[in-house]
Design a protein around this ligand. Structure first.
Ligand SMILES: [Zn+2]
Length: 277
């Protein structure tokens, strides 16, 4: 007999709960109609940087049997493990800068910002390792106005369409037969940011730069030039945003980046929300 009168493992049935669930969503901001989640799910399909530990969720209370009602506890509580740099995530400046901010030190004022999207899909179609140029940024600024201090910039390469095809299509290298990543990074192949473009973003003093690929640098850049330039200049990174970026406007939206508050972390999986009218 459970004290609440609710059958173990079942939903309660209160008429007022059902009424509120059927109500219209709360309008958070006047005129805002579009709310978009730019994060890939964290599960067995999540793509990590080569060699990074994949995502695991161990639902401990149910591990002893399939029937939750017969498990030891009357609640579910799992244990999660994964590398910091996998799926949709943030690169804190500490990732490439020993005295840079760790992930819990990123100021909230740089996690909530105006979103600017620079589209280079046409360039990537003809060059899988395309590196966004200063000219690409100038073209954006000619069309939409200058980037501003504390903007968050996302590069739309279109590579997000490869994510759900798996690591081979998305990262450009083969997986071993047993499913382990081949950490021969010489095979990596995907678009990213050139060093001059990274320097230009620093010049504009944007808060963060991200993209819909696995790295700020193109796959064929072995020196992590864009990482070094951005993260040593207090511009944090965002990697692996999902394919919802394909339908977003280049300007006029706001973004909220929410990494876990991991003390001392070099990065973290993140939920990323965009909203616009
Ligand atoms: Zn990363």
């Amino acid at each position: 007999m459970v004290a609440t009168g609710v059958e173990r493992g079942k939903r309660s049935h209160f008429p007022e709960v059902e009424m509120s669930a059927a109500a219209d969503p709360i309008e958070l901001t006047d005129g805002v109609k579009n709310f978009v989640d730019l994060s890939w799910p964290l599960d067995a399909s999540t793509i990590f940087w080569p060699g990074g530990e994949g995502f695991q969720l161990c639902m401990q209370c149910c591990s002893c049997c399939d029937d939750r009602n017969n498990s030891k506890y009357d609640y579910a509580a799992g244990v999660i493990t994964c590398a910091e740099h996998g799926g949709t995530h943030v690169d804190a400046c500490f990732h490439f800068c020993a005295d840079g901010k760790t992930v819990e030190q990123i100021p909230i004022k740089t996690l909530i910002a105006k979103l600017k999207i620079i589209d280079v899909i046409d360039k990537v179609v003809v060059d899988r390792n395309y590196a966004i140029t200063v000219e690409d940024i100038h073209l954006f600024e000619n069309n939409y106005g200058e980037l501003n201090q504390n903007d968050i910039v996302l590069i739309r390469t279109g590579f997000c369409k490869n994510y759900q095809l798996g690591a081979k299509e998305y990262l450009g290298f083969d997986e071993k037969v047993d499913g382990e990543y081949d950490i021969n990074t010489s095979k990596l192949s995907f678009p990213g940011i050139s060093m001059p473009a990274a320097e230009y973003f620093v010049h504009r003093r944007v808060a963060a730069v991200g993209l819909d690929t696995a790295s700020l640098d193109p796959g064929n850049n072995k020196y992590f030039d864009a990482h070094r330039v951005l993260l040593t200049n207090d511009v944090y990174g965002i990697e692996n945003v999902n394919d919802k970026i394909l339908a977003l406007p280049c300007t006029g939206a706001n973004i909220i980046v929410a990494p876990l508050k991991i003390t001392g972390g070099s990065g973290s999986p993140a939920r990323i929300f965009v909203y616009y009218s």
